[in-house]
Design a protein around this ligand. Sequence first.
Ligand code: KG4
Ligand code: ZN
Length: 336
Amino acid sequence: NSDILILGVETSCDETSAAVLRNGRELLSHVISSQISTHQKFGGVVPEIASREHLLHFQGVIRQTLEEAGVRFSDLSGIAVTYGPGLVGSLLVGVAGAKAMAYAAGVSLIGINHLEGHIYANFLNTPDLEFPLLALLVSGGHTHLVYFEGHGHYQVLGHTRDDAAGEALDKIARALGLGYPGGPQIQKAALSGSAQAFDFPRAMLEHGSLDFSFSGMKSAVLNTLNSARMKGEELSVPDIAASFQQAVVDVLVRKAMLALERTHAKTLVLAGGVAANALLRESLEEKLNTRKVRFVYPSPVFCTDNGAMIATAGYYHYIAGDFSPWNLNAVPGLNL
Ligand code: KG4
Ligand code: ZN
């Protein structure tokens, strides 16, 4: 049997997830055990609790993933696992587990950068993507513009200098009392608000910069909320949500367009949890259908953290012969 079967494992934050992928495109199984409800009462992810939850669920998730795929350990070609960036305790559960499984089964170990994994979610839905391509990665922890010349060959064109886009959305959602995770709540609240109600700043930085800065934009919203509170005024939560969401999307779209003009890339892929945002997708779609640029994004379940994207990145490492040593370790601050 010459099928390439990759088990992908993801435990970098608050999802314990695994998937079996056949030949880079056929998902045989995909299991996501989310801890969101556990962390919700704290308003965000509590690292210590996250590690313990991964320990509790890891074996069950792996067993179910293999069972649903009808695959045994010995059938696998390789085990791909996120080794960073992320919470160190959470990453360690996945890395230690994957090493033990790969060693015992005598299959290859493939350490995957979580950020690369997010971008590779696009190859799962759209395996015929052509290089060079531009990736806009917008997650809870990162905001990056990355130029890909080929598999494994990329260059970071810009990144956030402070808060990530998702982080800013999460913090504003929290200030508005909308709960965690904030991005989907902001999107929901914005539906009944006006994006023109508040003219929040759009931080563009120096002329031509492809970097991002969301911290000042976030502070502008918090200042608006605080001064209204001092005056005893009641502000419309949907209006704030809609206006802030619009400001964040405007910046992301403008920087992506600038990067496309500069690189002449003919494909833009969206990635990361914030890629699930409908306004961001629609705005990019609208901008791009007048230009000759192909626009690709993963389905929502593959935008937020998942094992399938790690298996997909793992497949491309596998066929390139790019494996990890047995002393692979978690790297919480890993970057692209
Ligand atoms: O990629 P991800 O699951 O985790 C990280 O690697 O950070 O991204 C999570 C982020 C959170 O900030 C969450 O609020 C945001 O993605 N998010 C969204 C939406 N769904 C998730 N933001 C805006 N709109 C959404 N629909
Ligand atoms: Zn992520």
